[in-house]
Design a protein around this ligand. Structure first.
Ligand code: 2PG
Ligand code: MG
Length: 420
């Protein structure tokens, strides 16, 4: 058994050029493991709290020097000397030192970076591939993959909402390869459609730019038009709807929900919850959806029930902001049948152990599990290994471009080549 010898954190940059935290954990056998925290833009109000300096005179107020200081002092003092394989005890020690319900004192970013660094250090010390060690860690929670299985990637093609440049309401227009496909074949579909879409947008001179997840952010104004454009891009490839792929959406509806109604450019009048659900039913007839995330705002539990009932057996309704990787919220969703799938984002809850516990609740309820990145990412591929370790159904890493996304897609290719 190896013990934690030292803990150290620093500020680094995420994929948007914003500060984030990176922690290092050194074991008494000399092994060093690192962990970094990603950051969201469309942050749900039930997520654990990311500690930022809020000092306007430095790095737009987004610095994380307080979080760094917390790792270098209170977190270090509470976990040095602990057995590094005792992940849950280490996570609990950090949760205890924080003492709040939402990790607002020390910061979920500080805690998560250390939680991940510990797991990375132990895997390295054992010379074990990370996904194998994470599978061992997942075992006591009953969520380990029995036989390693690669998840289905959800490809983000067009960005709108807070991730785009102002024209589209919905946040992510996606394509979902058939889950029957091998990971490599699914990746082929993703990159071929992404490139085809890029050429089409260029031909039409409507490429604006790409969003922070690498998906296109074109000058298209209605959500329907975005689907039409994707469908045309796919028609230039050999892939067939329902056989090879379905469409997906992260609606991120919190961002256009105000005064109990949803305002979208496809409709001149704002929509009620029932009106929005009808909109998705019609959309689904024209563009078959396999995946629908955050279609209803985060606290409208009844709206979610209505949506889930309508689509149950036809496609999976996923909760992201609704659940916020929070065990109480997920248990409530299970109880009232609010959704059929859950997004798992470790930084929404703040430790690896709690992440496993949330996955357990989902699996016990036969819910689909999607392991997800955040908008602001680092070049760490930890979540790719995590997805394989817990046999996640899906992964959401953004568009298949840009280093911080590609590193995760490539990590799954490496794992696929190892386990075949
Ligand atoms: C989401 C994520 C990732 P953000 O809403 O699912 O795509 O976005 O990190 O901004 O919350
Ligand atoms: Mg989301």
């Amino acid at each position: 058994m190896t013990k934690i010898d030292d803990v150290f954190a620093r500020e680094i940059l995420d994929s948007r050029g914003f500060p984030t935290i990176e922690s290092e954990v050194r074991l008494d056998d000399g092994t060093l493991g690192k962990g970094a925290s990603p950051a969201g833009a469309s942050v749900g109000s039930h997520e654990a709290i990311e500690l930022r300096d809020n000092d306007p005179s430095r790095r737009m107020g987004l610095g994380v020097l307080k979080a760094v200081e917390n790792v270098n002092t209170v977190i270090k003092d509470s976990i040095v000397g602990m057995e590094a394989e005792e992940q849950e005890k280490i996570d609990t020690a950090m949760i205890t030192v924080d003492g709040t319900d939402n990790k607002s004192r020390i910061g979920a970013n500080s805690i998560l970076s250390v939680s991940i660094a510990v797991a990375n250090a132990v895997a390295k010390s054992k010379s074990a591939p990370l996904f194998i060690y994470l599978k061992d860690l997942a075992k006591p929670y009953g969520v380990q993959a029995e036989t390693p299985k690669l998840p289905t990637p959800i490809f983000n093609l067009i960005n709108g909402g807070k991730h785009g440049y102002g024209s589209l309401d919905f946040q992510e227009f996606q394509i979902i390869p058939s889950p029957q496909k091998s990971y490599s074949d699914a990746l082929s579909l993703g990159i071929e459609v992404y490139q085809s879409l890029g050429r089409l947008l260029k031909d039409r001179k409507i490429v604006h730019s790409v969003g922070d997840e690498g998906a296109y952010a074109p000058n298209i104004f209605t959500n329907k038009e975005a689907f039409k454009t994707i469908a045309e891009a796919v028609s230039r490839t050999s892939y067939k709807i329902k056989v090879d792929y379905s469409y997906g959406l992260d609606v991120a509806s919190n961002t256009f929900f105000k005064n109990d109604v949803y305002s979208i450019k496809d409709h001149s009048e704002p929509l009620t919850t029932t009106g929005l659900i009808e909109y998705f039913e019609k959309l689904n007839e024209e563009y078959p959806l396999g995946y629908l995330e955050d279609a209803i705002s985060e606290d409208d539990w009844e709206g979610w029930q209505e949506l889930n009932q309508k689509f149950s057996g036809k496609m999976t309704v996923f909760g992201d902001d609704l659940i916020a990787t929070n065990p109480e919220r997920l248990s409530k969703a299970v109880e009232i049948k609010a959704c059929g799938g859950v997004l798992i984002k470790p930084n929404q809850i703040g430790t690896l152990s709690e992440t496993f516990k949330v996955i357990k609740i989902a699996k016990d309820a036969n819910m689909k599990v999607a392991i997800s990145h955040r908008l602001g990412e680092t070049t760490d591929a930890f979540i790719a290994d995590l997805a394989v370790a817990v046999a996640a159904d899906y992964v959401k890493f953004g568009a298949p471009v840009r280093g911080e996304r590609v590193v995760k897609y490539n990590r799954l290719l490496q794992i696929e080549s190892k386990i075949q």
